[in-house]
Ligand binder design. Structure first.
Ligand code: PLP
Length: 307
């Protein structure tokens, strides 16, 4: 079941359309060139999570690619219309379990619009969350390191690469995931040409240490530095804020592949999957199963306070 609501000046609360009927022009530059941006966020019991952070990142991506997009209030209104319509159709289709929070995926998409028209096309899509994400959280992931092909300083030198913007051009990210699946792995961590850890195709990378080099207990979370051209993760940002309150030390990269292998735990984290522990990288185990499970439980509980 999918609900689509287009942002439309004639409909301030958004225009609900039949998702089974074509709604885009074939000349839309989002389709013909991948020229557009998006956000994916989680809604729990009808409330979109971290909405402000996602709308701010959407606006940042738009600035990076000189795209004029609808104002935040119009997105808010369309999201409310879409999530309400989705919840109503779920309630009609089945009685939701009383104790389980109802989760759904809210996608915000805006393209440069049809060729020659110079009017962005913008819509909100709401759909069910994939059960595979809960499985990734529970079982963890086997991950491959794959080269992204750029050095870590390219983002400042070549802003036209749009690194750090959440563009619709995710074909490379999806190809990297397919490559990993063909090798029997579940997911990917990209590295730069100068061998620094970047991010996953759809996630941020996080690592933890629970003792320092001389064995003294610490609680330290590290994520790669944003100036390596990675997407600023809203989940990583929210988790860092909660972890700081809980006494964790926080650090930003540079992170090398050796740092990942040396960590007590590594996770891929994002708005939809939340925290998925990494069991192995290139076949080498990260920490121990017991430590991964214990830290995942602690950090998932912290993350839940931000939801
Ligand atoms: C490339 C990339 N990095 C990081 C993330 C994590 O971002 P967030 O935590 O805001 O979902 C995503 C999310 O889809 C992503 O696509």
């Amino acid at each position: 079941m999918t609900v689509l609501v287009f942002l439309d000046p004639a409909h301030p609360a958004g225009r609900l359309v039949d998702a089974a009927t074509p709604s885009l022009l074939a000349t839309d530059q989002g389709v013909t060139r991948g020229d557009g941006i998006f956000e994916s966020l989680l809604a729990v019991d009808g409330t979109p999570r971290k909405i402000q952070a996602h709308l701010e990142r959407l606006a940042g991506s738009a600035r990076t690619m000189d795209l004029v997009i609808p104002a935040a209030e119009l997105w808010q209104a369309a999201i409310t219309t879409a999530v309400t319509a989705f919840s109503a159709s779920v309630a009609l289709a089945s009685a939701p379990a009383a104790d389980a929070p109802a989760q759904c995926v809210v996608k915000l998409v805006v393209t440069r619009g049809p060729e020659g028209a110079n009017t962005p096309t913008a819509w909100v899509q709401v759909s069910a969350i994939s059960p595979a994400l809960a499985e990734q959280r529970a079982k963890g992931l086997d991950v491959l390191l794959l080269e992204r092909g750029y050095d870590s300083g390219i983002s400042a030198r070549a802003p036209w690469l749009l690194l750090g913007a959440k563009t619709l051009s995710y074909a490379v990210n999806m190809a990297a995931l397919r490559h990993a699946h063909e090798q029997g792995a579940d997911d990917v961590i990209f590295t730069s040409g100068d061998d620094l850890v970047l991010e996953g195709p759809t996630s941020s990378v996080l690592l933890a240490h629970i003792s320092d080099d001389s064995g003294v207990p610490v609680k330290r979370l590290i994520t790669p530095h944003l100036d390596t051209g990675i997407l600023p993760g809203t989940t990583q940002g929210a988790l860092f804020a909660a972890a700081k309150e809980a006494g964790w030390e926080l650090g930003y990269g540079p992170v090398t592949p050796a740092d990942l292998l040396d960590a007590d735990a590594v996770w891929l984290i994002s708005s939809l999957r939340l925290l998925a522990p990494v069991n192995t990288i290139d076949g080498k185990e990260i920490g121990t199963a017991a430590i991964r499970a214990e830290l995942s439980e602690e950090l998932s509980a912290l993350l839940a306070t931000t939801l």
